[in-house]
Design a protein around this ligand. Structure first.
Ligand SMILES: *Cc1c(COP(=O)(O)O)cnc(C)c1O
Length: 362
C-alpha cells in the first residue's frame, strides 16, 4: 500500500489504514454471516453487538462516568446547534456562548431561533486568532448553559483549559478534537461531535449528556430531536447509521491499540510541535495564524508572505501528493489538519516539503 496520499483533509478526514483494511476484509461477508454489516437488521444480535461495543469503548477510552448517556444520532454537529437549545434552553433563560470563530458563530446563530442568546466572551476583535482567557468570560445569571467550541477547525484554535462553570452546565462542540486527549468528562454537561474528523466516517454524531439534563423538552420538539427519545431507546429508536457506527467502533479499537487517549495525546503533541516548530523557525516565511497559547493540536493554520505564494504552495504540495492543505475559503491561507489518524510520517513529509519550499522561495 504505497499509493496512500498524505491526507491533511479537514473533514471528512484521514482514517487509520489498519481500520480501512479491516473494514475491507469484513466488507462482503461479515464474520461468516453471508452478508455485509450494512445489509443486516439493526435489531439483530450481530449489529447490536457492534453498537454496544462502540458505546462501551467510547466510555472506556474517554473515561465517561456513570450518570452520562452516550447517544448516536444523525444530522451532524450542525443539527446539535439546534438540538442543544431545543432540549436545554428553558423559557426565561439564556443560551450563553464563547464566540471563538466560524463554528461558534454558527452555533449562536442557530440558538437564536429558540430564545435569548448571550455572548459571554468573544475574540472577534482579534479575528478569532485566540481563545478568550478564563478571566474574560462573563456568564450571565440566567444562563441555561455555557457553550464552547472546543476546537475551531477553520481558525486553528483550541481550548487548552476549559472554564469552570459551577452549576451552569458546560456544553462543548468537540467535533474536531474529540478523543484527541484525555479529559475530565465530569466537568461537562453535554459534549457533541460529528464523527468525521476524529472518530470515523460522516453519518453519525456522538452526544455525551449528563442524565439530569435530558429532561422533558417542550411539547413541540419533534420526537427525533429529543435527547430523551434516543436515551430511552439506546440510540435504536429508529434505524441508526449502522455502517458509520461500525467504522467508529473500528477506530475506537484502533485508539485502544495505540494505548488509549493519553498515548494519542502524546502522538498528537509530537505531530503538532513538529509543524509549529517549522513555522516558528522559518524566520517569518511561514506565519502561524493562531496566537501561541491558543494553538490547536488538530488544525495547524498558517500564512505565507502573499496570496500568490500561498497558491503556489497549495499547488506544488498537491503535485507532491499532499492533500487538503488549502485553508478554508472563509479565512484563506493554509491549514494542515492532523487528526488522531494522521500518521507522524505524513507530518514529517510535510515539514520536509515546507523546508524545501522555503529554500526555493525564501
Ligand atoms: C465540522 C464541524 C462542524 C459541522 O459538522 P457537521 O457534521 O458537518 O454538521 C461543527 N463544529 C465543528 C467544530 C466542526 O469542526
Amino acid at each position: 500500500m504505497t499509493n496512500r496520499a498524505y491526507n491533511f483533509n479537514a473533514g471528512p478526514a484521514a482514517l487509520p489504514l489498519e481500520v480501512l483494511q479491516q473494514a475491507q476484509e469484513q466488507f462482503v461477508n461479515y464474520e461468516g454471516s453471508g452478508m455485509s454489516l450494512m445489509e443486516m437488521s439493526h435489531r439483530g444480535a450481530i449489529y447490536e453487538g457492534v453498537h454496544q461495543q462502540a458505546e462501551a469503548l467510547l466510555r472506556e477510552l474517554f473515561g465517561i462516568p456513570e450518570g452520562y448517556k452516550v447517544l448516536f444520532v444523525q444530522g451532524g454537529a450542525s443539527t446539535q446547534f439546534a438540538m442543544v437549545p431545543m432540549n436545554l434552553l428553558q423559557p426565561g433563560k439564556a443560551a450563553s456562548f464563547v464566540a471563538t470563530g466560524s463554528w461558534a458563530t454558527k452555533a449562536i446563530q442557530e440558538a437564536k431561533l429558540f430564545g435569548e442568546t448571550v455572548v459571554a466572551a468573544s475574540s472577534e476583535a482579534d479575528k478569532y486568532n485566540r481563545i478568550p482567557s478564563l478571566a474574560e468570560i462573563a456568564i450571565p445569571d440566567n444562563a441555561a448553559y455555557l457553550h464552547v467550541t472546543s476546537n475551531e477547525t477553520i481558525e486553528g484554535t483550541q481550548w487548552a483549559e476549559y472554564p469552570d462553570t459551577g452549576s451552569v452546565p458546560l456544553v462543548a462542540d468537540m467535533s474536531s478534537d474529540i478523543l484527541c486527549r484525555p479529559l475530565d468528562i465530569s466537568k461537562f454537561g453535554l459534549i457533541y461531535a460529528g464523527a468525521q474528523k476524529n472518530l470515523g466516517p460522516s453519518g453519525v454524531t456522538i452526544v455525551i449528556v449528563r442524565e439530569d439534563l435530558i429532561g422533558t423538552p417542550s411539547l413541540t420538539v419533534p420526537t427525533m430531536l429529543r435527547y430523551s427519545t434516543h436515551a430511552k431507546n439506546d440510540s435504536l429508536y429508529n434505524t441508526p447509521p449502522t455502517f458509520a457506527i461500525y467504522m467508529t467502533n473500528l477506530v475506537l479499537q484502533w485508539v485502544k491499540a495505540q494505548g488509549g487517549a493519553a498515548a494519542i495525546e502524546q502522538a498528537n503533541r509530537e505531530k503538532a510541535e513538529l509543524l509549529y516548530r517549522t513555522i516558528d523557525e522559518s524566520g517569518d516565511f511561514y506565519r502561524g495564524f493562531a496566537q501561541k497559547d491558543s494553538r490547536s493540536l488538530m488544525n495547524v493554520t498558517f500564512r505565507l508572505g502573499s496570496e500568490e505564494l500561498e497558491k503556489k504552495f497549495a499547488k506544488e504540495s498537491e503535485a507532491e501528493g499532499f492533500v487538503g492543505l488549502k485553508g478554508h475559503r472563509s479565512v484563506g491561507g493554509l491549514r494542515a489538519s492532523i487528526y488522531n489518524a494522521v500518521p507522524l510520517s505524513s507530518v514529517r513529509a510535510l515539514v520536509d516539503f515546507m523546508a524545501e519550499f522555503q529554500r526555493r522561495n525564501g
